[in-house]
Design a protein around this ligand. Structure first.
Ligand code: UGA
Length: 436
C-alpha cells in the first residue's frame, strides 16, 4: 500500500518504518530539513532500540522529503504524526495539526480516496480542525476530495516501540466507513494474523481511549507508590504486596512496580490535558486527575526528607544518583524523576554525581557543570555518602554491593527507589536502607 507519514518524530519514524518493513511504500514528510537530510542518509535522529537498523533495512521502501506533495498525493493512507505540545495547564496546542491539515488539503489528489488517520495524541477537537481546514481549501479552490478522517492513536512505549508496534495487544482505530475499515484491515493484516485485535470504534472515542489508557496506567503507578509509602510505615515489603494484588485477574501484574514516580513525555502531559478538558467543561473529575500528578511529584520531596533525616544537612554531601533516564532502556530524561531530584538537591548545595548507561548526554544538556558525571556505577559511588537508584536499568540490579560499600563513606544511605534489592541483605552489608 502507499502510505504517507507526516512528521518524522519518534511516532512517525517508528510507525512508518514498521509499516515499510511489512512491504508498504512509505513516504515521510517533515519541514525540518536537517532531519530529512540525515534520514536521507539513513541516520536516525533519535535513540530507539532497533529503529536505526530498520531505517537502513527499509532504504528501498521509504522516501524522506520536505516536499509535501511527495508524501500526500496518491496515498492510500496518511498518518498525521506531528507534535501536540501542551502548556502548563494542559491546554494542547493544535497549531501543528492545523498546519499539516492545510498542507494535506493543498496536496490531496481529487481522483483517489484517501484515509487520513491522526496518530498525534490530541483531544477530539483535533479531528474537527482537520476537517475544517480541508473543507476550507475545497471551498476556496472549488474542488471536492474523496477522503475520510479517523484516529489511530499511538500506543507504543519508548524503548520497546518497535516490538510493541510489531506485536501489539490491540490496534485502536477510530473510523466510520466500510471503505476505511477495509483499508485498515489490509494494512494491519499481518498483525491480525498474529492474533492482534483491531478495535474499530468511532474517531472521537479513539482519541479519548488514548488519554484514558495513559491515565489508567499512570494512576496504577501513583497508587502503587502510595501503597508503598504506607507499607514502609509497617516495615512491609511492597513487592510482595503487589505480587498478591497483581494475581487478581481483574487487576493484572503490570505497572505495579514502585518508583520515584512516573516520568516521560506522555503520562503527566496526557493527564494534564484531561484535567484541562475536565475543568474547561466544568466537570468535577479534574481534582482526581490533578491529584495523580501532585501525588506523583511528592516522592522526590519525600526522598529529600529521608536524606535530611539521615544527614541533617546536605551541604556538600556527596550523593550518587544511578539512572537519570525516566525509565530503563531509553535515553530520554523528559519529566524524569531523577532530574526532579537533582534540581532540589542542587538547591540544598549537595555535591551530585550521576551515572546512566544511555542518558548522560541529556542530563549534561540540562545540568552542565553543576553536577559530576561518572563513567560507570562503581566510579559514581566512590567516596559517596548516599547512593540512590532512580532508574531500573538491569546493570543496577546486580551491583557489586560489598565493593561499593567499602568505597563509600561510613554509614551510607542506600535509596532503593525502584525496589530492586532485599532490605535485609542491604542492612547486613551495613547500608541504611530507604525506599519509596
Ligand atoms: C506510555 C504508555 O505505556 C504507552 O502505551 C503510550 O503509547 C506512551 O506512554 C505514549 O503515550 O506515547 P512510556 O511513556 O514510553 O509509554 O513509558 P511507560 O513504560 O509507560 O512508563 C511511564 C513511566 O511510568 C516511567 O517513568 C516508568 O518508570 C514508570 N513506571 C511504569 C513505574 O514507575 N512503575 C511501573 O510499574 C511502570
Amino acid at each position: 500500500m502507499k502510505i504517507g507519514v507526516l512528521g518524522t518524530g519518534w511516532v512517525g519514524l517508528v510507525t512508518g518504518n514498521c509499516l515499510a518493513n511489512l512491504g508498504n511504500d512509505v513516504s515521510f514528510y517533515d519541514i525540518d530539513e536537517n532531519k530529512i537530510n540525515s534520514l536521507k542518509n539513513q541516520i536516525c535522529p533519535i535513540y530507539e532500540p532497533g529503529l536505526q537498523e530498520l531505517i537502513i533495512k527499509n532504504k528501498n521502501k521509504t522516501t524522506y522529503s520536505t516536499r509535501p506533495d511527495e508524501a500526500i498525493k496518491d496515498k492510500d493512507i496518511l498518518f498525521i504524526t506531528v507534535g501536540t505540545p501542551a502548556d502548563e495547564d494542559g491546554c494542547v496546542d493544535l497549531r501543528y495539526i492545523k498546519q499539516i491539515s492545510r498542507t494535506i488539503g493543498e496536496n490531496l489528489n481529487p481522483q483517489n480516496f484517501c484515509l487520513i488517520l491522526n496518530k498525534s495524541t490530541s483531544p477530539p477537537e483535533a479531528l474537527d480542525i482537520i476537517e475544517e481546514e480541508i473543507k476550507e481549501i475545497e471551498k476556496n479552490n472549488n474542488i471536492k476530495y474523496d477522503y475520510e478522517i479517523g484516529c489511530c492513536p499511538e500506543t507504543l512505549a519508548e524503548g520497546t516501540a518497535i516490538k510493541d508496534f510489531s506485536n501489539p495487544d490491540r490496534i485502536i482505530v477510530g473510523i466510520k466507513s466500510e471503505i476505511a475499515k477495509g483499508l485498515v484491515q489490509k494494512l494491519f493484516r499481518p498483525y491480525a494474523l498474529n492474533q492482534a485485535e483491531i478495535i474499530f470504534i468511532g474517531p472521537k472515542e479513539a482519541s479519548l481511549a488514548k488519554y484514558a489508557s495513559n491515565t489508567h496506567l499512570a494512576a496504577r503507578v501513583a497508587i502503587t507508590n502510595v501503597i508503598s509509602q504506607i507499607a514502609r510505615k509497617y516495615n512491609a515489603n511492597t513487592r510482595e504486596i503487589m505480587k498478591a494484588v497483581g494475581k487478581d485477574r481483574r487487576i493484572g501484574q503490570k505497572f505495579l512496580h514502585p518508583s520515584l514516580g512516573f516520568g516521560g513525555s506522555c503520562f503527566s502531559k496526557d493527564i494534564q490535558a484531561l484535567t484541562f478538558l475536565s475543568k474547561q467543561k466544568e466537570l468535577p473529575g479534574s481534582t482526581l486527575l490533578q491529584e495523580i500528578i501532585n501525588s506523583n511529584k511528592s516522592h522526590t520531596e519525600h526522598l529529600i526528607k529521608d536524606l535530611l533525616e539521615h544527614f541533617n544537612s546536605l551541604e556538600n554531601k556527596k550523593i550518587t544518583i544511578l539512572g537519570t533516564a525516566f525509565k530503563a532502556n531509553v535515553s530520554d530524561t523528559r519529566d524524569s524523576p531523577a532530574h526532579r531530584l537533582i534540581k532540589i538537591l542542587l538547591e540544598l548545595n549537595a555535591d551530585i554525581t550521576v551515572y546512566d548507561p544511555k542518558a548522560m548526554e541529556e542530563t549534561k544538556k540540562e545540568f552542565g557543570d553543576k553536577i559530576n558525571y561518572a563513567e560507570n556505577e562503581n566510579q559514581a559511588t566512590e567516596g559517596s555518602s548516599a547512593l540512590i537508584i532512580a532508574t531500573e536499568w538491569d546493570i543496577f540490579r546486580s551491583l557489586d554491593l560489598p565493593n561499593i560499600k567499602n568505597k563509600m563513606q561510613e554509614n551510607p544511605f542506600f535509596g532503593d527507589y525502584r525496589a530492586l534489592y532485599n532490605e535485609k541483605e542491604l542492612k547486613d552489608l551495613g547500608f541504611k536502607y530507604y525506599h519509596v
